[in-house]
Design a protein. Sequence first.
Length: 186
Amino acid sequence: GAAVATATGGGLAACSAEPAAAQAAPAPETWVILTPQEADFFAATSDTIIPKDNLSPSGTECGIPTFIDRQLASAWGGGDRMYRAGPFVKGTPEQGYQLPLTPHQFFVAGIAAVNAWSEKTYGKTFDRLDQNQRNEALTAMEKGTAEFDGLNARQFFGALLTLNMEGFFADPIYGGNRNKASWRML
């Protein structure tokens, strides 16, 4: 990557995700489908998965919660083109998603499960945890050691991570990758 940047006339400094003070502050969010609690959850997870550093802004600064909101409000979020007639038998990880829930319903149930587990474990909802606790909680979900009622923590984490990465690298027209931050980083 550095060789390509050098060959095109600049080093990593030329890839700065924050152009000189010309960046306008984003307007306050108007959510299409997310509740304020769900928006707070997605903001906390996106900032934990994609923290601000010298190469890119944070997940919320990149518009990832906006991207997620728009995706969950879309036909995809409503389960369009998904087989939903059952029976729904517990599948292997290789078989992928095997639930009767639409993606929107899956994330609503997942957020409720994460917050219930987080309150039981830390005494507060996920969005109110400090950065270290959020990292611990996401690691527990990723490893499958977090125990959720009625939902697989590892499966939820995988879907959450995928949605964050999609929002970070998406075409900005979809609400994420604000100011082409991830493209500039690359």
